[in-house]
Design a protein around this ligand. Structure first.
Ligand code: NI
Length: 229
C-alpha cells in the first residue's frame, strides 16, 4: 500500500470553461483511473473535485455518473464514489459473458466489415507486435477487437462489449508485466483477422472462443497463484 495521496497531487488543478466542465472532468478522471494514478478504492469527493476544477458540483456529479455507468466508479454507502476494484473473483463470469456478447457481435459484424476495417485490425496487430510499453497493450487489444465488431448495427451490444474490454484493459495495465500474455495471443489475432477476411463466420467464432478461453484461463491461473495484495 502506498501512502495516501490527495486528489490535488494526482490531478493538476485547472480552470475549465463551464460548458466543457463535465466532459473535461470525465476525461481527466477516466485517464487517471485507467493509468492507475487513481487507485481502486480511492474516494472521489464531489466538493473536492469542484474546488479543484473551479466549477460547481453539478458537472462533477454528472461526470461521476458517466464513469459509474462505465463501471470505473462504484457508489459506496457513506463514502460516495470510489474507484471500482479491478477484475477479481468474477473474472470467470466476465469471460463467460464476453464469450456470448463478442461471438454474437462478430457473427453480426463480419458480413458488413469493409476492407478498411480489416486493414485497421491488421495495423493494430502490427502495433501490438512492436509496442514496448506494456500498459499500451490492453488499449491496442481493445481497439483491435472493437474494429472487428464495428459491422454490427447493435449499438447497445457494442457498448456492453466495450465496457468489458475497458475493464480488462484496466486490469492488464497493472498486471501484464508479471503475467506475460505473449505470442499465442497474437497468433489468435492473426487467425481471427484471416477468418474475417475470408468471411468465414464459423471459423472466426471458433478462434475467438479459443482466444477468450485462453485469456480467461491465464487470468484465473494468475489470480490463483499470485501473492494476495
Ligand atoms: Ni485479444
Amino acid at each position: 500500500m502506498t501512502a495516501k495521496k490527495s486528489l490535488s497531487t494526482i490531478l493538476v488543478s485547472e480552470q475549465v470553461p463551464a460548458h466543457l466542465a463535465r466532459s473535461v472532468i470525465e476525461e481527466k478522471l477516466r485517464s487517471a483511473i485507467l493509468d492507475g494514478r487513481l487507485p481502486a478504492g480511492m474516494a472521489l469527493r464531489q466538493q473536492e473535485l469542484a474546488t479543484l476544477f473551479g466549477v460547481s458540483r453539478m458537472p462533477v456529479r454528472e461526470a461521476l455518473r458517466q464513469l459509474e455507468a462505465q463501471s470505473l466508479l462504484k457508489v459506496v454507502m457513506h463514502k460516495g464514489a470510489v474507484v471500482a476494484p479491478l477484475i477479481g473473483e468474477d473474472a470467470v463470469d466476465t469471460y463467460n459473458l464476453r464469450l456470448l456478447l463478442e461471438t454474437e457481435a462478430l457473427r453480426q459484424s463480419i458480413p458488413n466489415l469493409t476492407p478498411e476495417h480489416i486493414g485497421a485490425a491488421r495495423r493494430y496487430i502490427d502495433q501490438l507486435d512492436t509496442e514496448t510499453n506494456l500498459s499500451e497493450l490492453g488499449r491496442l487489444n481493445r481497439l483491435f477487437h472493437m474494429e472487428l465488431y464495428a459491422g454490427t448495427s447493435n449499438r447497445k451490444l457494442l457498448r456492453l462489449i466495450e465496457h468489458e474490454l475497458n475493464e480488462e484493459e484496466r486490469f492488464l495495465r497493472f498486471h501484464l508485466s508479471t503475467m506475460g500474455l505473449g505470442k499465442p495471443t497474437q497468433q489468435d489475432h492473426i487467425e481471427l483477422v484471416d477468418a474475417v477476411h475470408d468471411r468465414d463466420i464459423e471459423r472466426a467464432v471458433k478462434v475467438l472462443q479459443h482466444h477468450l478461453t485462453n485469456a480467461s484461463n491465464t487470468i484465473r491461473h494468475y489470480l490463483d497463484t499470485r501473492e494476495p495484495d
